[in-house]
Design a protein around this ligand. Structure first.
Ligand SMILES: [Mg+2]
Length: 452
C-alpha cells in the first residue's frame, strides 16, 4: 500500500503539508491546519515533492525552516464524486477518511489551484473528534512557554493557547465533579435567569475559525511598510496583542488600531474601513467554502459549531428563556451564518451585529438595552461568550457570565489563553464547550426549581 505523511512545516509560516506517495514522487497539498476535526480545512495544491519526505524530519535546504512528521501511515484512494479526491488513511490501525474538494483536486499533475480547495478529515467510523491516541498531533509546545503565549516568537498562527487534548482539567482548577466545567467563583445567584445573551463566533459558530491567522499577517504586511517599522517578528507580537485584546468588538475597532499603529511609525494609513474590506475579502473566501459545504450537505452543521450548541439552545429555550445574539461581526453575515447552521429559530429578531463602519454599535449597548427593557436584576441575565468584551459587560450588569474557552481548531479541550482572559474579564464559570450540558444547567439551577 502506498504511504503518506503529514509534515508540520514552520516556514514561511506555520502550515502542514499532506504528501501522498505516487510512484516516485509525492502528491502534495499545503494545509492551513493540522488535520484533526470534521470541518473543512483550507488547502492549496503544490507541485509534486521528492519521496525523501516520507521519512525525513529536520531542516529544509535553502533556509526554509524545518519539517516534523505529525501523522503517517498508508492510504488508498476511495471512490469520489467527479472533481473530488477521497482517500482512506490507515494510521496504524485507526482509519480516517480525507476528502479533498476544489479545483484540480483529482488531477495527477498541476500547480496551485485558484481558488483554494478544502480537506475534510474525519474518522472512517465513530466520532470525528481528535482522540487522545492522536495526541502527538498537538502542535503547541508544552512547558513554560505554553502558559505565556504573549511572549511567543511565532505570531501568525492560531489564536494563542494550549490546545489540550485531554478531557480532564488540571488539578489546580476547581471543577464541577466529573465535568470539564471550571468554577471560578462561588455564590452566583441561582435559579433566577430569564434572559440569555450569546456571542456568535467562537461561542456557537466555528465558521470563522482561523480568522486571526488571516488578520494578523495582513496587519503585519501593512505595518512593515511604515518608515519606522520594527522587524516583522516584533510587529507580529504587537499586532497579536491588540487584535486579541479587541476581540469581541466590531472588526472596525481592530482596523482603527491598525491605522493608529501605522501612523505612530511614520506611515500614512488608509481609512480603517479599507483595511476591514481587505480582511473581509480574504476571510470570506474561507467562510464561503464552509457555508457552501453546509448548504450542499457535504459538511455537517455540528462540525462547524462549538460542540453541544444546539442542545444548549434547545434546553434554554425549553426553559422559557428569551435568547438574544450579539456579535462583533457584521450583521448581514451573522444572519447568513446563523441560518447556514440552522440556529436562527432560537433567536427570532433578537440578532445583533455590526453595521459597516458604524462605531456606535457595541455589545455594551445591546446588553444595557436588554437590562433596561426587560428590567433585569442580579442573576437574571445569563451570558455566553469567548471574548473579553461580552464577559466583561455581562458581569458589569450583574449577570452570570459563562466564559467559553473553546478550542476552535480541534473542537475539544480548553484554550488556556482564552480561559485566562475570560477569568480576568469576570467569568463565573469556564467551559470548553457544552458537552457537559446537564451539570451546567443543574449548576445554574435551570433544570429544576431550585431558588437560592
Ligand atoms: Mg467570539
Amino acid at each position: 500500500m502506498p504511504r503518506f505523511v503529514v509534515l508540520q512545516h514552520d516556514w514561511p509560516q506555520l502550515h502542514w503539508d499532506l504528501m501522498l506517495e505516487n510512484g516516485a514522487s509525492l502528491r502534495t497539498w499545503r494545509l492551513a491546519e493540522v488535520p484533526c476535526s470534521g470541518h473543512p480545512i483550507a488547502l492549496v495544491r503544490l507541485p509534486p515533492h521528492r519521496s525523501i519526505y516520507l521519512d525525513y524530519e529536520g531542516t529544509v535546504s535553502g533556509n526554509r525552516g524545518t519539517v516534523k512528521r505529525v501523522l503517517g501511515g498508508t492510504y488508498q484512494p476511495v471512490p469520489a464524486p467527479p472533481g473530488d479526491a477521497w482517500f482512506e488513511f490507515d494510521l496504524g490501525g485507526e482509519r480516517w477518511l480525507g476528502q479533498i474538494t476544489g479545483p484540480a483536486a483529482d488531477q495527477e499533475e498541476g500547480l496551485v489551484p485558484e481558488p483554494p480547495g478544502h480537506l475534510v478529515w474525519r474518522r472512517a467510523a465513530g466520532p470525528s473528534d481528535c482522540s487522545p491516541s492522536n495526541a502527538e498531533i498537538n502542535t503547541v509546545p508544552s512547558g513554560p512557554d505554553a502558559e505565556s503565549p504573549q511572549t511567543s516568537a511565532s505570531p501568525s498562527i492560531h489564536p494563542p493557547g494550549h490546545h489540550s487534548m485531554l478531557p480532564a482539567l488540571p488539578a489546580d482548577r476547581r471543577s464541577l465533579p466529573g465535568t470539564r466545567i471550571e468554577i471560578v467563583r462561588d455564590g452566583i445567584p441561582r435559579g433566577r435567569v430569564r434572559v440569555a445573551v450569546f456571542d456568535f463566533d467562537g461561542t456557537l459558530s466555528l465558521i470563522r475559525e482561523g480568522w486571526p491567522e488571516l488578520m494578523i499577517p495582513l496587519m503585519v504586511e501593512h505595518l512593515a511598510r511604515a518608515p519606522r517599522a520594527e522587524p516583522r517578528d516584533q510587529l507580529g507580537q504587537r499586532v497579536e496583542e491588540f487584535v486579541m485584546r479587541l476581540n469581541g468588538k466590531p472588526t472596525i475597532h481592530q482596523m482603527i488600531q491598525l491605522a493608529e499603529e501605522i501612523r505612530a511609525r511614520g506611515g500614512e494609513p488608509l481609512a480603517p474601513m479599507a483595511y476591514k474590506q481587505e480582511f473581509q475579502e480574504r476571510l470570506l473566501q474561507r467562510v464561503h467554502s464552509r457555508t457552501r459545504g453546509l448548504r450542499e450537505g457535504t459538511v455537517e452543521a455540528e462540525s462547524l459549531t462549538v460542540p453541544g450548541s444546539l442542545e444548549l439552545l434547545r434546553a434554554l429555550a425549553g426553559q422559557g428563556l428569551e435568547l438574544s445574539l450579539a456579535s462583533g461581526t457584521d450583521l448581514v453575515y451573522v444572519k447568513q451564518e446563523l441560518e447556514a447552521l440552522g440556529l436562527q429559530e432560537f433567536f427570532g429578531d433578537r440578532v445583533y451585529g455590526a453595521i459597516d463602519d458604524d462605531q456606535s454599535y457595541s455589545k455594551q449597548m445591546i446588553i444595557d438595552r436588554l437590562v433596561a427593557e426587560r428590567q433585569l436584576g442580579p442573576g437574571e441575565l445569563l451570558g455566553f461568550g469567548d471574548g473579553f468584551v461580552e464577559i466583561q459587560e455581562v458581569s458589569r450588569v450583574g449577570g452570570i457570565a459563562v466564559g467559553v474557552a473553546s478550542d476552535e481548531t480541534h473542537r475539544v479541550g480548553v484554550n488556556d489563553w482564552k480561559r485566562n482572559r475570560l477569568i480576568e474579564a469576570g467569568a463565573e464559570l469556564i467551559v470548553p464547550d457544552y458537552r457537559d450540558l446537564s451539570p451546567l444547567l443543574g449548576h445554574l439551577a435551570l433544570g429544576g426549581a431550585v431558588i437560592s
